[in-house]
Ligand binder design. Sequence first.
Ligand SMILES: *Cc1c(COP(=O)(O)O)cnc(C)c1O
Length: 360
Amino acid sequence: MARVFNFSAGPSVLPEAVLKQAADEMMDYKGSGMSVMEMSHRSKVYDNIIKEAEQDLRDLMNIPDNYKVLFLQGGASQQFAAIPMNLMKNGVADYIITGQWAKKAYEEAQKYGKANAVASSADKTFSYIPDCSDLPISEDADYVYICHNNTIYGTTYKKLPDTKGKILVADMSSDILSQPVNVSDYGLIFFGVQKNVGPAGVVVVIIREDLIRDDVMEFTPTMLKYKTQADNDSLYNTPPCYGIYICGLVFKWVKEMGGLEAMKVHNEKKAAILYDFLDSSKMFKGTVVKEDRSLMNVPFVTGNEELDAKFVKEATAAGFVNLKGHRTVGGMRASIYNAMPIEGVEKLVQFMKDFEAANA
Ligand SMILES: *Cc1c(COP(=O)(O)O)cnc(C)c1O
C-alpha cells in the first residue's frame, strides 16, 4: 500500500485510522451482517449511527440546544439557494465577497431577492479580507453572509464582521472543525463535508431554531425547506447514509485527537512550518497578506509559470500530489486540512528547499 501526501483542496485527505475502520466494517457493520451502505436508513442500527454523529458534532462544537443540526444532500452549493429561500423574510441580504464561493452564493441569492455586496476584495484577486468593522449593512437585511475560509484564495476571517445586529450566516466548508467556533455568533453555519470531514455529497447545516420557519418563499422545494428536514431529523427521505457514517467516524477521530482546541494547536503548528518557509524563501512566495492567512489552504507561487509547472511535476513524482493552484490564482496551493499529518508538511518543505537549491 502506497499512500501519497495528498494536498488536494477537496475532496481531500481523510484520517488513515478512519479509512481503516471503514474498511474493517465494510462487510459486516458491528455484527449486523451487512455494510452500512446496505442497511435501511430507518433501521435501529442506522438510527444509532446518525444520532451518534450528531451528538459527537454537538460535543465537539459545543452547539447550544437551541440549534438544530441537519445532515443534507446537494453539497455546499445547494445551500446557496436554500439560504435565501428560507431566511429572506424581507427579501434582502448582505454579502461579503471574499472569493469565488462567496460570489457564487451572492449571485444565487440574487435570484430570490435583493442581495447586496457590502464589501469585496476582488480588487486584489481576493488576497485579503476586507475591513468589516463598519459595513453599510442594510437596515432590512435578513442576514449577512460570509465565506469563513476562502478555499481557493487562502484567506480567513480572524475577526468576524460587525453585522450591526443582523444574523450572521457562514460557509465553513473548508475550515470546519479546524479550530473552536462560538456557534452562538451565527444564525446559520453550513459546510460541505468533503474538505475536512468526509465524502462529498453531504452538507451539514447548523441553524438556530427560531430561523426555521414554515412561511418560506412559496416555491421553495419541500426538500430545501429547513423545516421539512428539521421536523424529520434529516430523515425526510433517504439521507446520504454512508457519507454520514464516515462523517461520524471523523467526528470521533477529532474527539480522540483532543477536540477543537487540540486541532487548532496541531493546525497552527503545521501552517507555521509552511508559512515560515515561504517567508524565508527566495524562490517561493505566499500570495495572501499575512494577517488573513488561512490555516487550511496555502497558495504560493515562484513568480515564474514554467518553474511552477516544473515544481508541481517533480513534487507529484515524489509523492506530494494535488499541489497545482486553482486556475484563477495559478502557482501552487497546499491544502493542509486536519487529517494532513505534520510529517507531510515537514517533508513538503524539505522538498521545496531541495527544489529551490537545485533550481537557484
Ligand atoms: C468546496 C467548497 C464549496 C462547494 O462545495 P460543493 O459541496 O462542491 O457544493 C463551497 N464553499 C466552500 C468554501 C468550499 O470550499
